[in-house]
Write a protein that binds this ligand. Structure first.
Ligand code: LLP
Length: 421
């Protein structure tokens, strides 16, 4: 019957944050983020697996500042993410550069030492990078391979197999090896393979690790020595706090490390340093989106609750059919629950989720969607010319703005009209 306690972050209530910063609002709970970082760091300590945060899940200067103080490395995939890391003073020695279509400016930055490793995604890119780099300070590269492991996940977030654009296929290994060996400006460090996102099957990670070791053995025969081997990210998280964790992080990391150890021995290669690259698993649990109810209506058999955000700030339901949880956050209610459809306010029938909410939820109430720290703000757009929401960090009884809410002027910043009219 009851919707329980009003939501809070540490001892700061959702309604207080909504009142101060407005809605929609992404709240990052510092204690939850720290716990997630610690979980990965401690799970990988005994196997000496290196953990890299994939910035695409959510990267702000403040996030990079926090990560700088941890032991994590940082993966960036654009000049925007790289500049964010630089503004935070994140050490280049812990940054990796990704991207399946890197621009000249990104390749130049890599060649100029802005990052420690560049993950090369194709043959043409290998040549382009070699042309920017100098033999006097060779650029360290990992070769992203397409391991062919098709993980069971949403097709839109699958990144290996011949239906995907990613990586270098085994067919092209000898060409890649030749280019690398002919270019003193390229320093081959090893291999990378990321197979997708929201993967809950530990075996897929292990199979990917095995393929990487096999590729390392093949490249050894072609004269390339693998010292780093990164199995990518994609560690699945619960979409609702009530669900069980879909993947045992500690066991999965241990199994990956064990597979690499066993297979490296069998294939006669020196044991490489193993790396993983989670994004979602580190930041999703720490994030909660807060919305204010704008309208509530009954149409046909459904009750619609329309909130002041939607697909512009929370695109995962529309893109991947995600169903985040939602609850009344600003107050307690003891009335009966009813099934409602929460919608955003975009022109589409912008469904966010179906949940059970108290029957007395009304205009002005605050709703919270937990576990929404990943791929929400980072994928937010100005669709309908909505300003992007604010992001606030709540920790130890304090709260601090990480990204201010955009203004209408921000939204119109690049709109120059017809300059010559
Ligand atoms: N490394 C590479 C090279 C990646 O491409 C990705 C994600 C990751 C690491 C981190 O994956 P994670 O641990 O966060 O699953 N927008 C989609 C997710 C796309 C992920 C793309 N690559 C979503 O909201 O589900």
């Amino acid at each position: 019957m009851s919707t329980g306690e009003a939501t809070s972050f540490g001892n700061i209530s959702a309604s207080k944050l909504a009142e101060i910063y407005g809605t929609p609002l992404l709240v990052i709970d510092g204690a939850v983020l720290t716990a997630a970082i610690n979980e990965f760091v401690s799970a990988s300590a005994s196997t000496e697996v290196e953990v890299t945060y994939a910035g695409k899940a959510l990267l702000l200067v403040g996030i990079a500042q926090l990560l700088k103080e941890s032991r994590l490395r940082l993966e960036v995939c654009s000049l925007g993410e790289l500049t964010t890391a630089q503004r935070a003073g994140f050490p280049p020695s812990r940054i990796d550069l990704h991207g399946s279509g890197k621009t000249d400016a990104e390749l130049r930055a890599a060649a100029d030492g802005a990052v420690s490793r560049t993950i090369v995604d194709g043959i043409a890119e290998l040549r382009a990078l070699a042309s920017y780099a100098s033999p006097s300070s060779p650029v360290a590269i990992l070769m992203r391979i397409n391991s062919g492991i098709e993980a069971r996940t949403h097709a839109f977030v699958r990144t290996a197999g011949d239906q995907t654009k990613f990586g270098i296929t085994p067919r092209d290994f000898s060409t890649a090896a030749r280019i690398i060996q002919d270019n003193a400006a390229l320093n081959f460090r090893g291999l990378h393979s990321h197979i997708g996102s929201q993967i809950s099957d530990a075996k897929a990670f292990i199979r990917n690790a095995a393929r990487l070791v096999d590729a390392a053995a093949r490249l050894k025969r072609l004269g390339l020595f693998t010292s780093d081997l990164v199995v990518g990210g994609g560690f699945a998280v619960r979409s609702r706090p009530s669900e069980r964790a879909p993947l045992d992080v500690k066991r999965t990391i241990a199994s990956i490390a064990q597979e690499v150890r066993k297979r490296s021995k069998a294939r006669g290669i020196v044991l490489p340093t193993v790396g993983i690259e989670p994004g979602r698993a580190l930041i999703a649990p720490a994030g909660t989106l807060l919305y204010r109810v704008m309208a509530r209506k009954r149409q046909g058999r459904r009750t619609f609750v329309i909130v002041d955000g939607g697909m512009a700030d929370n695109p995962r339901p529309a893109l991947y059919g995600a169903h985040p949880d939602a609850k009344l956050a600003g107050r307690r209610s003891n009335v009966r629950l009813e099934m409602v459809t929460i919608c955003g306010r975009s022109c589409e029938n912008d469904f966010i989720t179906d949940v059970r909410l108290a029957r007395d939820v009304t205009v002005g109430d605050i709703l919270a969607m937990p576990m929404t720290g990943a791929y929400t703000y980072s994928m937010a757009s100005n669709y309908n010319r909505f300003p992007r929401p604010a992001v606030v960090y709540a920790h130890g009884g304090n709260h601090q703005l990480m990204a201010r809410r955009e203004t209408i002027d921000d939204v119109l910043r690049g709109d120059v009209g017809f300059l010559s009219v």
